[in-house]
Design a protein around this ligand. Structure first.
Ligand code: ADP
Ligand code: ZN
Length: 367
C-alpha cells in the first residue's frame, strides 16, 4: 500500500493505493467518524461484479448500511439522478456526521461528490474509485458535479473527500476501453511532469497488466496521484497551474464534441489531443525531442468516422469553448517535455495545421 497525503484549505487527507486494501483502509478512514451508520453509492457494474467484496470488506465494521445503485454511463451525471440520489439520502435519514462512500468511476464519483457537497450543506465523503481513470484523475482534486443540457460539468462545486481508497482489486473486471481511457491521463502526467511515468507505463504495452505487474501498477498510479495532488494543492480552485492538467484537452474536447461524445472515448481524444498539442508546441517555439507518446500509439484504435470530423467544425468548437478568454485561444503547450506553459496562440493557421497529425493518426490506426 502506498499513501499520498493531500493538503487543501481546511482539510488534510490521504489517498491510499494498493491491492485488496479496501477493508483495512475503510476501517482506518471510518475511525475518524463518530457514527456506525454508512451510506453507499455504487456504480451498477461495480455492484454486479464486486458486491460481495464490498460487503465482505464492511462486514466487521458495521451492518447499519444503506446502499443506492447508480446506473452506469454519463447520463447519470444529471440533475435528475442528482435529485434521485438526494431523495435516497434524505428519505433514509442521512445526518451530518454519516459518511457517504462512493464506489465507481468518474461518473459516480462526480455525481456522488456533488451530492455529498450539498446534502445538509456537506457530509463526509470517501471515494473508492474503481476505474483506472478515476484512480489517477477524477477522484483527486475535489471537482464534483453534473452535466447540463448546454454542456458538460456546468453544475457543481469543489468539495474534498476525507479519504480516497484506490484498490486495484476492482480493476480485474475493467473493460478494455477503460484501460486506454486511464492510460491517456497517465501519459499526460508523463508529458507535463514526470518522465519516469512513460517508462513505467510500458507495462500496458503487452495488454492489461497481469498479476505480476500489480506492484508496478500501484506505484504508477501513485506517481500520477502525486503529480495531480501536488498541482491541485498549489491551485485548489483552478486559477493558475491547475491548467497544466488540461494538456491535450483543448483539442480533445473539440474532438469529443465533433463526434458527439459517442464514437470517440475521452482517452482516445486526449491521446490525439496531446499529439496535436505537441505539434503546436513545436511550431510555437518549443524544443521537444523524440515524442515518448509514440511508443503507445498502437494501443489506440479509432472508430470515429471521417464525416464526423470536419476541420471547420473542430476549429469552430475550439473557438466556442467556455474556457476561451478574448479573441484568441489559450493552450497548455510544452517548452520541453515536462515543462508546460500556458500560451495564447494568435496564428489560426498554426492551430489548423496541428490538426493534421490528428487526421493522420486516425487514418493510421483506424479500425
Ligand atoms: P470513467 O471512470 O472512465 O470516467 P465511468 O464512471 O462512466 O467512467 O465508468 C466507465 C464504465 O466502467 C461504466 O460502464 C462503469 O459502470 C464501468 N465500471 C466502473 N468500474 C468498473 C469495474 N471496476 N469493473 C467493471 N466495470 C466498471
Ligand atoms: Zn481528461
Amino acid at each position: 500500500m502506498i499513501s499520498t497525503s493531500v493538503k487543501t484549505t481546511g482539510n488534510h487527507y490521504h489517498i491510499r493505493t494498493g491491492k485488496n486494501i479496501l477493508e483495512n483502509e475503510l476501517r482506518d478512514a471510518l475511525s475518524d467518524h463518530a457514527t456506525d451508520q454508512l451510506f453507499l453509492l455504487v456504480d451498477q457494474n461495480v455492484a454486479k461484479y464486486h458486491q460481495d467484496y464490498i460487503n465482505h470488506s464492511l462486514r466487521g465494521i458495521t451492518s447499519n448500511i444503506k446502499q443506492f445503485i447508480i446506473p452506469e454511463g454519463e447520463s447519470s451525471k444529471s440533475i435528475s439522478q442528482y435529485s434521485n440520489t438526494l431523495d435516497f439520502l434524505l428519505t433514509n435519514g442521512i445526518r451530518r456526521n454519516i459518511p457517504l462512500i462512493v464506489f465507481g468511476g468518474g461518473v459516480t464519483g462526480d455525481l456522488g461528490g456533488f451530492v455529498a457537497a450539498t446534502a445538509l450543506r456537506g457530509i463526509p465523503l470517501i471515494h473508492v474509485p474503481t476505474t483506472l481513470l478515476a484512480m489517477v484523475d477524477s477522484a483527486i482534486g475535489g471537482k464534483t458535479g453534473v452535466n447540463h443540457a448546454t454542456g458538460k460539468n456546468l453544475i457543481g462545486s469543489f468539495y474534498q473527500p476525507s479519504a480516497v481508497i484506490s484498490d486495484i482489486h476492482f480493476l480485474n473486471t475493467l473493460p478494455d476501453n477503460e484501460w486506454v481511457n486511464g492510460l491517456s491521463e497517465i501519459l499526460k502526467y508523463g508529458a507535463i511532469h514526470n518522465d519516469q511515468i512513460f517508462e513505467d507505463s510500458k507495462i500496458f504495452l503487452k495488454g492489461k497488466p497481469s498479476d505480476q505487474d500489480s506492484d508496478k501498477l500501484i506505484s504508477l498510479i501513485d506517481k500520477c496521484v502525486k503529480v495531480k495532488a501536488e498541482i491541485v494543492g498549489k491551485d485548489e480552485l483552478e486559477s493558475g497551474i491547475r491548467a497544466y492538467l488540461n494538456f491535450g484537452h483543448t483539442f480533445a474536447h473539440a474532438l469529443e464534441k465533433a463526434a458527439d461524445f459517442h464514437q470517440i472515448s475521452h482517452g482516445e481524444a486526449v491521446f490525439l489531443g496531446m499529439l496535436a498539442a505537441e505539434k503546436l508546441s513545436l511550431s510555437t517555439g518549443g524544443t521537444l525531442k523524440t515524442n515518448p507518446l509514440h511508443a503507445f500509439r498502437d494501443l489506440y484504435k479509432y472508430r470515429v468516422p471521417q464525416e464526423a470530423l470536419s476541420l471547420d467544425d473542430l476549429m469552430g468548437s475550439m473557438y466556442a469553448d467556455k474556457k476561451r478568454t478574448g479573441a484568441n485561444l489559450t493552450f497548455v503547450l510544452l517548452n520541453k517535455w515536462q515543462e508546460p506553459i500556458v500560451k495564447t496562440v494568435e496564428e489560426r493557421e498554426l492551430i489548423t495545421s496541428s490538426w493534421s497529425v490528428v487526421f493522420d493518426e486516425i487514418e493510421r490506426n483506424r479500425i
